[in-house]
Design a protein around this ligand. Structure first.
Ligand code: R5P
Length: 339
């Protein structure tokens, strides 16, 4: 009897130990939709892991078909998907992948959105319009996301649309290095609108350059107009800093305006290359010297032109994933934003 009780106790102890070590060594699993396979591969290479296999394609009627082919039971799952063009397909792929991972008993699911689409619809700025950025947040949580990892949100307040942890990274350290190496003389950092001021100020501090702001008015979803300039760009080189370029209207109107105000060489440093509609044509015809972007969104071949320089955020995202996985601090990755 005593021996049986002892054996039972030992069995319980060893079970407890095994469970504990499983908790601590939960395996990492990387899954991805079809939005940005190049970035996913680069992140996996930095982490030294392979992505788990999953079918993410279409049924004949166009519905999305997902099947995770590797066992992810009990794993710490990261699903990488930018909700970039086509935003609705990419969002739906992400939601369905999260649902599949939850039903496959993943222990934790982090939705990694290098680009968070719909972020510009973050408030009611007209009567009877939706707040779609909040709707997307609700959908991600309802699908089963336990946490969010994202990059350069259009508005930082979107973090508050979630009641789950959000790690919000900034690509500034990656992008600014490129300009530090360029050693551009007589530099001014320009924000193309008031909303981008905080980001532009961070660049101006690191590059030790004065700041100017374009007073922009949006006339339609594809047209903007420069009203005036706060600051001085005469006989100076300029870097325009922004979170995203869609049709390019904000950027190229700003370039035109800055040239009229006497700017010399103009560069743009923009995190997310949405590059919708006429953007690339406008870029070809503009006096902008170079457009520097991140690879948060993959640029289709036909839109890749010499004027666009792509810098990779894979090392930043993979380091954040590693730190989240091992419960280490993520904030030290973007401390320059708060100087
Ligand atoms: C505006 O608040 C954003 O930061 C971008 O400047 C803007 O949405 C880009 O759109 P587009 O390229 O179509 O002007």
């Amino acid at each position: 009897m005593a021996t049986a009780a002892l054996l039972q106790k030992q069995k319980r102890k060893s079970m407890k130990k095994r469970n504990q070590s499983k908790q601590n060594n939960r395996e990492i699993s990387i899954l991805a939709g079809n939005s940005n396979p190049v970035l996913t591969n680069a992140i996996c290479a930095h982490l030294g892991v392979s992505a788990d296999k999953a079918i993410v394609d279409r049924f004949p009627g166009g519905e999305i078909r997902v099947q995770i082919q590797d066992n992810i039971r009990g794993k710490d799952v990261f699903i990488i998907q930018s909700t970039s063009t086509p935003p609705n397909d990419n969002l739906m792929e992400l939601l369905i992948l999260i649902d599949a991972a939850r039903r496959a008993s993943a222990s934790r699911i982090t939705a990694v959105l290098p680009f968070y689409g719909y972020a510009r619809q973050d408030r009611k700025d007209k009567p009877r319009v939706p707040i779609t950025a909040k709707l997307v947040a609700n959908l991600l949580v309802s699908a089963g996301a336990s946490r969010i990892l994202t990059l350069d949100l259009h508005a930082g307040q979107i973090q508050g649309f979630f009641d789950i942890p959000v790690d919000h990274l900034y690509s500034i350290n990656v992008l600014v290095k490129y300009f530090i190496k360029k050693r551009i003389k007589d530099l001014v950092i320009v924000s193309p609108d008031v909303g981008g001021l905080k980001l532009a100020r961070a660049y101006s501090k690191i590059l030790d350059a004065p700041l100017a702001i374009v007073d922009k008015r949006r006339e339609s979803s594809t047209q903007t107009k420069v009203m005036s300039l706060i600051g001085d760009v005469k006989d100076r080189n300029v870097i325009i800093v922004d979170d995203l370029i869609s049709t390019g209207s904000s950027l190229f109107e700003a370039v035109r305006g800055l040239k009229q105000f006497g700017a010399l060489d103009i560069y743009a440093c923009i995190v997310h290359p949405v590059l919708a509609g006429p953007a690339v044509e406008r870029l070809k015809n503009s006096e902008l010297r170079e457009l520097v972007v991140s690879d948060s969104i993959s640029i289709p071949k036909e839109k890749q032109i010499d004027k666009i320089k792509v810098l990779s955020v894979a090392p930043l995202l993979s380091e954040a994933i590693r730190r989240i996985h091992y419960s280490e601090s993520v904030s030290t990755l973007f401390k320059e934003m708060w100087v």
